[in-house]
Design a protein. Sequence first.
Lengths: 179, 179
Amino acid sequence: MQRIAVALVAIAALAGADTSTSPASGQADGEAAPIYGVKIPAGYRDWKLIAVNQLLIPGMADQLRAQLGNDIALKAIEEGKIPFPDGAIIVAIHWTRVPSASNNSALAGPFPGAQSFVVGSRANIQLMVKDSKKYAASGGWGFGDFTDGKPASAAMHETCFPCHAPAKDRDYVFAHYAP
Amino acid sequence: MQRIAVALVAIAALAGADTSTSPASGQADGEAAPIYGVKIPAGYRDWKLIAVNQLLIPGMADQLRAQLGNDIALKAIEEGKIPFPDGAIIVAIHWTRVPSASNNSALAGPFPGAQSFVVGSRANIQLMVKDSKKYAASGGWGFGDFTDGKPASAAMHETCFPCHAPAKDRDYVFAHYAP
């Protein structure tokens, strides 16, 4: 029952709408996530691309996603350094996935039956902030989940580390760098 | 018939495999694309993210895609400046879309039926380089399509501008900036 409740909280966060934009520059701003105290880092939307992916949870979430990293994270990836050094931050942006009628129309001539899907609105963002001392109890990572700039509940944040546990051999990071 | 042949060339390029990586720094390198003379710009993999999307052409292409832009392109997007100024470059990276068994396994507990798709290998990259004088005959854009670092044929490159024509009111750029 506990597990189901936690899953429902996570699903609610996945399905939520986030229309916020990140601060353009300066320090991390806004409300801190529960448990970890993580804030949304300034300027993260301009960070380098780690990977893109897609998640479908039938009837609950249909998303295109991108993981961006700060320079410390990208340097570690380039050098193949695991675990990530302190200061590394990875931000996963989750958008709704929607069909593009205009793209499909443009593609229909040369590619009959082509289906183009683009991002719709923000669902949420999820952050991982490396601080091996501060977050020693959760693999050295502090987690944050924000929808429309507001952090999710403590119950939601309790799911972050266990959910990432299967990626322990890659320092709890699911995303592989896209070639 | 001409149209079919052109489409087939485009499909072949879409379905091709590209395992190359971009040069880490320095000037554009490698072979120039036919017609436009466009080369792969150095360091483009570290450029800022414009958008992500997905393209499915049944039986031909199943891709996750990302569009990255150089600073000139991103500045124009941020300021809502259309047409793009000279020097703007947009690179679309096309990867095969593949299911992630490890992600699905990790997600199966909290999210039964979840399907995660990640990038596989490079299919190709496509570039748009703005030079309003040099490329006046093609909306001010020079186009390049590269698979495994090698440019596609002239016939393929003849399809670039007509294919982008439906996006004329957005200076021939299909991608919308992802929020």
